[in-house]
Design a protein around this ligand. Structure first.
Ligand SMILES: CC(C)(COP(=O)(O)OP(=O)(O)OC[C@H]1O[C@@H](n2cnc3c(N)ncnc32)[C@H](O)[C@@H]1OP(=O)(O)O)[C@@H](O)C(=O)NCCC(=O)NCCS
Length: 421
């Protein structure tokens, strides 16, 4: 039995932030009806790798959903939307500011049509405040939420992170909010409006950088490998650990772009580590070296410590070095490229890279479900083609007859009017 088996979601989301949330809910068993404009979610055609096939951008974020195309700028299309919200538990959207209001469907109106429905909205900056009218994409949120100013090296430009914290990170926040609101709805019978702003989500994910921001008013950040005294804002930390323990990315053999391993020199493992690497780097008494005796000493002299560790690592590949560190209980992780991960036994075994079929594009892979529910494991299915389930949803969910469907079609509910010449 799937966890969200009885939950039906009208999913108007597009691009990444919203679809990543509704895909997760679909993997938990919700009936997610992707409600698309007649031309479809723009990502179906973006970054296409196979001609005339839905792009991976779309397929990887919209699996396990049904697709219905409805023109919200047509009166009959609006009626279908209104009928659908009467039959759904959740409606979700991540349009630019004001789009749903312009369709004539404010939250107040939606709540009036179905008082039980929970509504989820993602906006770049929320519905209040001086930034509320602005649109946003991933990197805009990373720029404005504090991620970029704290990522990279202090001497270089700010960097975005590869993890899509602005979009997928916001989607996770929305999923949590929707499930909480659904729980309350089951108790009270009343739905509510759940709003998540991308900027707020990025700030939440950068929480430890705010810890450091406030610590700066009491002195420097001793764990950073570069001086921080006198700074007014949390600096870019390079590959410094960002936690109570020291850490760094260590270069390994043969020196390629991803031939690194991240090593955390936890207090508890220093002696064992120093005994193992000392003799090989010409420092047989490294374990007694006063420069590295206690964590505070190692913080102060970490540049030298990393040099010894890197000298040792130059004789090993990242995997070989991992095999040396694991028995010593040293927390570490080789820097895994996407190619490493795609072929990784652990990843395959945990169903985190799963092969699927698609009528337009053939075999492809999706990243699997990271939340493992013991009684309701996710079954990952392909994404729908555009409007694949329009008739099915109109029949099954709204109880329309074939002639009603034909009449709505004739009235332009599912298509865009031809462009004026
Ligand atoms: C992502 C974003 C920048 C894209 O901007 P955009 O491509 O201009 O799209 P918008 O959401 O502003 O507008 C969607 C348009 O499609 C139209 N549309 C959407 N669904 C429709 C439907 N079923 N029928 C007819 N028209 C539809 C809307 O009416 C709107 O057109 P309008 O401006 O003429 O009213 C913007 O949606 C946004 O800021 N979203 C919130 C933040 C977010 O989620 N960003 C991350 C995306 S990964």
């Amino acid at each position: 039995m799937e966890a969200l088996k009885d939950v039906r979601i009208l999913d108007m989301t597009h691009v990444q932030a919203g679809p990543t949330c509704s895909q997760l809910l679909a993997w938990m068993g919700a009936d997610v009806i992707k409600f698309e404009p007649p031309q479809g979610d723009a990502t179906r055609g973006q970054l296409r790798d196979v001609p005339n096939a839905d792009s991976l951008y779309f397929t990887m974020l919209n699996s396990n959903k049904r697709s219905i195309t409805v023109n919200m700028k047509n009166p009959e299309g609006k009626k279908i939307f209104e009928e659908l919200i009467k039959k759904c538990d959740i409606i979700m959207e991540n349009f630019g500011p004001g789009v749903l209001d312009r369709f004539g469907f404010t939250w107040e109106k939606i709540h009036e049509v179905n008082p039980r429905i929970v509504m989820g909205s993602i906006k770049g900056f929320g519905s209040t405040g001086p930034y509320s009218d602005f649109k946003a994409y991933e990197n805009v949120a990373q720029a404005m939420g504090g991620a970029m100013s704290t990522t990279g090296t202090p001497e270089g430009p700010p960097f975005v992170t590869g993890a899509q914290i602005g979009d997928s990170g916001t989607g996770l926040h929305l999923a949590i909010g929707l499930l909480a609101a659904l729980h309350q709805r089951d108790r009270t019978g009343q739905g509510q409006y759940v709003e998540v702003a991308m900027m707020d989500s990025v700030m939440n994910l950068c929480r430890v950088k705010w810890r450091d921001h406030q610590r700066l008013s009491h002195g420097g950040l001793s764990e950073y490998s570069r001086p921080t005294e006198g700074l007014k804002a949390t600096p870019r930390a390079g590959n410094d650990s960002g936690g109570g323990q020291l850490g760094n990315a260590i270069k390994c053999k043969p020196g390629g772009v991803d031939d690194y391993i991240y090593v955390v020199v936890q207090e508890a493992v220093w002696d064992a580590l120093a005994k193992r690497i000392g003799p090989d780097v010409g420092q047989p008494s490294l374990v007694e070296d006063p420069r590295f005796a206690k964590i505070a000493d190692r913080r102060k002299n970490q540049t030298d410590m990393w040099k010894y560790i890197e000298k040792f690592a130059s004789n090993y590949t990242k995997r070989e070095f991992m095999a040396i560190l694991n028995p010593l209980d040293v927390p570490c992780g080789p820097i895994m490229s996407t190619a490493d991960l795609a072929n990784d036994e652990h990843v395959r075994g945990r169903e985190m890279y799963v092969e699927l079929d698609h009528p337009q594009r053939g075999k492809w892979f999706n990243v699997g479900m990271p939340i493992k529910l013991s009684a309701s494991p996710a079954v990952i299915k392909r994404s729908p083609t555009l409007g694949e389930h329009t008739n099915e949803v109109l029949r099954d969910v709204l109880g329309f007859s074939e002639s009603e469907i034909a009449a709505k079609k004739e009235a332009g509910a599912f298509s865009m009017p031809p462009k004026k010449k």
